[in-house]
Design a binder for this molecule. Structure first.
Ligand code: NOJ
Length: 754
């Protein structure tokens, strides 16, 4: 048949192309290996160690000042070829200057890598990663990272320290803002999309930069949410929750991995052989290189693992940490350690090969100034297309948590709208705390956004949110006492028809080193909210924060709650268009919101326990003063549309591919997007399985009145899990399945995996 013929021809062509492509890439790999080996053979031991040394730039600092070392020493090392990479140097002129030094003045002229924390955009800022993860929109997330790479590469950067794929269950931890939340399945997909965006498809392009997945591993499980604290996790959690997003990153060809500050089973990650050699480079066959986190080498002394910097170097190098960021341990001690036989030269050669290989792959040997194009720098920064993409991502990240009586969307003709809250007039907080590449005070504030849309508003601050410096990296001091501006706000609220209150956290209250013990609205904001509520109940509460907050009172009293996170450069425009219906919200939270801080860590994919309850007497797993369930569960979020799920069908006749079908109808009069989620639960297994595990999702646009049928396929990849030996196993048996609108609401069924 003609059709078959065409299909066969196409198939043959496809196979041929794949074969050719694989062949070409194998040839390229071989060619690079040859170059790496030839160069390595010319290098002295000092020069090799130099490649394993990364220094902070000479212009900006993002971490604590290193305990040793100074700029002069760094320059000397640079000129002697004893630096392989720098961080925090940006701008074509600066990058070129440093690159010229190593290319022209060192014996072998090996170009530098320029690393930077390009976390959610470079100049044009996208929503913080926790926010954009709520979009569940892999395409948009990939695009955001692509644009971040375009802008970063335009200012000379060729290596970003992102994505952070640390799974986290504790909103007290300040860095929850930098990740994709609590779920390893979604987190793996998002991490891979970010890597694809940063690295692009072709390293010959000067907009492709290398990504760095971090922090390997366990950093998101800091005890009590206190940053840098001890991590103590069980084997099953390590294999099934913490490691999968890193494995997915390696499969997505991430070029570098950053280790972390924490210990795992009493061994600091930087000196941890099990993590770096056995798992990452062994089991997963990772071919890129590992960089330490800032000073995590010398921090092994404070951990009580290394007696001095020399031993720290020995432990880190032998454990597989290939490049030392700002510890000075390799550059000062590796040579004598090799000479004394404490570190094998093969360890050094392996690390250096990994680093050089990436420099070749990036094309830096052909053109060390590949990322130094002043024209690109001028043209691409804050490009209009980037701003538009940032607005789009921001709209996709806003979560509608509550909308009683469909108070939203507001109509543009609505008069007498009061806007209250210091954050409404803040152009800095919406940028989040990870925006070192960008410019302060450049976000569109909520007030500006509302004015841009033509809303008829009057503003009163109500209260200052913070009292002390807002500059990085000082500690934020919250206004806990000054309520002098309450009166004016109350007066305004009294005469208004609707009150938009913008409350939450200052931009510098989340991020690295910014843990909190409380998860309520900081300072006097709760009191302000209650004071306004007394005079006007028509409140639209817009939250701006970097972590889930425990807003139980607000949920009980306030009719509308919008979670707007920190949405980056276009914050105000995105919020205004959502409040007034130009944007129909579709995002769903990727971290459970607790009712009170005492429930933390709280997450949907927990075990059942032996006493799940509920029971009338006390001997079941619960609290006496609070229910177990979160305030808002993972995967929850509303829309102005209404979606109805029906017709769950299961076909488990093929054990290799169980098929699940569901029908979704948009029963409203407005088109919208729904994120349909599929969860499974294996009833009995050799290791107890979580009550629910996300194993599929689909974001679908459904027009008013329209019906769509979705199909989800479950293969061994989704149905298996890691046993306590770290092996992936698939066990036959009965599974519960749920497909629905959140981790708590959906249609349920059962199937058998043969
Ligand atoms: C410390 C942070 O933990 C890490 O994520 C970051 O990339 C480095 N500092 C470099 O700034």
């Amino acid at each position: 048949m003609k059709f078959q013929f065409v299909t066969k021809t196409k198939l043959l062509l496809l196979l041929l192309c794949t074969h050719l492509a694989l062949n070409i890439s194998a040839q390229t790999n071989n060619a690079i290996d040859t170059k790496v080996n030839t160069l390595l053979a010319k290098m002295t031991l000092e020069e090799k160690i130099g490649q394993m040394n990364q220094y902070n730039g000479f212009w900006e600092v993002t971490g604590p000042t290193p305990k040793e070392g100074n700029a002069k020493e760094k320059y000397d090392h640079l000129k002697k070829g004893m630096v392989g990479a720098v961080l925090n140097v940006k701008g074509v002129e600066n990058v070129r200057k440093l690159q010229e030094i190593v290319v022209n003045e060192t014996r072998l002229g090996i170009p530098l890598l320029f690393g930077f924390d390009v976390i959610h955009g470079h100049k044009t800022l996208f929503p913080i990663p926790l926010a954009s993860s709520c979009s569940w929109d892999l395409e948009a997330i990939e695009k955001s990272s692509r644009i971040a790479a375009i802008e970063a590469s335009a200012v000379g950067i060729n290596w970003t320290f992102a994505p952070m794929v640390d799974i986290t269950r504790d909103a007290r931890w300040g860095r929850v803002m930098e990740g994709a939340g609590e779920d390893p399945y979604l987190g793996s997909k998002i991490g891979a999309a970010q890597i694809k965006g940063f690295q692009g498809t072709d390293f010959s392009s000067n907009s492709s930069i290398i990504a760095c997945v971090k922090h390997f591993a366990g950093y998101g499980f800091a005890e009590a949410g206190r940053d840098y604290n001890t991590v103590d996790v069980g084997t099953s959690t390590l294999y099934n929750i913490i490691l999968p997003p890193f494995k997915a990153a390696v499969e997505a060809d991430v070029k570098t991995v950053m280790n972390s500050f924490n210990v795992l089973n009493g061994i600091p990650a930087t000196g941890n052989k099990f993590l770096q050699r056995d798992i990452l480079k062994g089991k997963w066959n990772f071919k890129g290189f590992v960089v330490s986190d800032w000073g995590s080498g010398y921090e092994m002394i404070d951990h009580g693992y290394a007696k001095n910097l020399k031993q720290a170097a020995e432990l880190a190098a032998n454990a597989g940490s290939d490049m030392d960021m700002e510890s000075y341990s390799y550059v000062r001690h590796l040579k004598e350690l090799v000479e004394a036989g404490k570190v094998d030269i093969a360890v050094i050669d392996d690390a250096v090969k990994r680093i050089l290989r990436i420099k070749y792959e990036l094309g830096l040997f052909d053109n060390p100034y590949k990322y130094c194009d002043a024209k690109r720098e001028k043209e691409l920064i804050y490009h209009a297309d980037h701003i538009a993409a940032s607005l789009d991502m921001a709209k996709k990240s806003i979560v509608l948590l509550k909308n009683e009586n469909n108070l939203l969307p507001l109509v543009k003709t609505q008069k007498n709208i009061a806007v209250i809250g210091a954050l409404a007039n803040d152009k800095n907080s919406p940028l989040g705390s990870w925006r070192i590449g960008s410019d302060d005070n450049t976000a569109i504030s909520v007030l500006e956004g509302l004015k841009n849309i033509g809303a008829n508003i009057t503003y009163a601050k109500g209260a200052e949110l913070i009292t002390a410096p807002t500059s990085f990296p000082e500690e934020v001091k919250v206004n806990e006492t000054d309520k002098s501006e309450f009166t004016a706000a109350i007066k305004l609220a009294k005469k208004s028809d609707v009150v938009i209150m913008v409350l939450g956290e200052h931009g510098f209250q989340s991020g690295e080193g910014r843990s909190r013990t409380k998860l309520d609205l900081p300072g006097v904001q709760q009191q302000l909210l209650e004071a306004i509520y007394k005079v006007n109940k028509n409140i639209v509460l817009v939250l701006m924060n970097g972590r889930p907050l425990a807003i139980t009172w607000a949920n009980e009293h306030i009719p509308v709650i919008v979670e707007a996170w920190q949405l980056g450069s276009q914050t105000g425009n995105a919020i205004a268009s959502t409040l007034f219906g130009d944007n129909n919200p579709s995002a769903k939270i990727t971290m459970s919101f607790p009712r009170s801080v005492g429930q933390v860590p709280i997450y949907y994919n927990h075990y059942n326990t032996g006493r799940p309850g509920p029971k009338s007497e006390v001997f079941w797993s619960h609290y006496g003063d609070e229910i177990n369930q979160p305030l808002y569960p993972f995967g929850y979020g509303l829309s102005y549309s209404k979606f109805e799920y029906s017709n769950l069908k299961i076909d488990d006749s093929n054990p290799q591919k169980v098929k699940i079908f569901v029908t979704i109808k948009n029963t409203s009069t407005i088109a919208g997007e729904e994120i349909a989620q599929l969860y499974i639960h294996q009833k009995i297994a050799s290791i107890v399985r979580p009550v629910k595990e996300l194993k599929g999702f689909s974001k679908v646009k459904i027009n008013a009145g329209e019906t769509k049928e979705l199909e989800f396929d479950l293969t061994d990849k989704e149905l298996g899990f890691y046993n306590n030996e770290g092996n992936f196993v698939v066990e036959a048996g009965a599974f519960d399945v749920m497909v629905g609108t959140s981790s708590e609401q959906g249609l349920v069924g059962v199937f058998n995996k043969k």
